[in-house]
Design a protein around this ligand. Structure first.
Ligand SMILES: [Zn+2]
Length: 213
């Protein structure tokens, strides 16, 4: 089956790590996946200029390079809805788990904004976008699926031909296996959008070597 294309803008801002930053409008809502790490204030301007607003910020997990700009975005876009899985929420204010001490920093969401963050459950649908709980890299990881367009943002869980680091606090190899197996059951024509490196079709990714070892 062929999906109808949805325009997904990649405001990639961090060439050394080839980090992606995806922005897209879906059914009249403007959505961003994760609040990146580094000085990217110009990206906020791009969102402002192109759409004049930001409706949803979907957070995949609590590592610093995914949450560092939550406060900035919530300040700049006062009507923004920020979403994170219920198992990840507590770690938003824990710099040990966010790994921000790597940079001698202490990224945490401010008291003012933390109370407005929405905690979602597995398979919850937010503005027509479905969460898929995919723990393993951390116990708080989620992917986001737009079924109508065959698009899944898998972030730090599934990459071109691998999965991401499994040496960080709360990682779990058994959960990675279950999560990859779950993602592997999506339609093979689904486009997988990862946090690092390039997107690819699910059917072109071989995850069987890990799931069935
Ligand atoms: Zn991570």
């Amino acid at each position: 089956m062929h999906y109808k294309e949805l325009e997904v803008l990649n405001l990639r801002t961090d060439p050394p790590m080839k980090t992606n930053l995806y922005l897209f409008e879906y059914k009249g809502k403007v959505n961003l996946i994760d609040a990146w790490f580094s000085d990217n204030s110009e990206v906020v301007d791009v969102i402002q200029e192109k759409f004049w607003r930001l409706d949803n910020l979907f957070i995949t997990h609590w590592h610093f390079d995914h949450i560092a700009w939550i406060d900035v975005l919530m300040e700049r876009f006062p009507n923004l809805n920020c979403h994170i899985h219920e198992n990840a929420f507590d770690f938003l204010i824990n710099s040990d788990y966010s790994l921000s001490w790597y940079f001698n920093a202490d990224f945490r969401v401010s008291d003012e904004h933390i109370k407005n963050i929405h905690k979602f459950k597995d398979s919850e649908i937010m503005d027509w976008i479905r969460s898929i709980y995919t723990p393993g890299h951390t116990i708080g990881c989620s992917s986001f699926l737009i079924e109508e367009h065959g698009i899944c943002f898998t972030w730090d869980v599934l990459f071109e031909n691998t999965y991401w680091r499994t040496d960080l606090p709360t990682w779990d190899p058994g959960l990675i296996k279950e999560s990859l197996s779950r993602l592997g059951n999506l339609n093979p024509e689904t486009i997988i959008y990862p946090w690092h490196w390039k997107s690819s079709l699910l059917k072109d990714i071989d995850i069987s070597w890990f799931i069935f070892d």
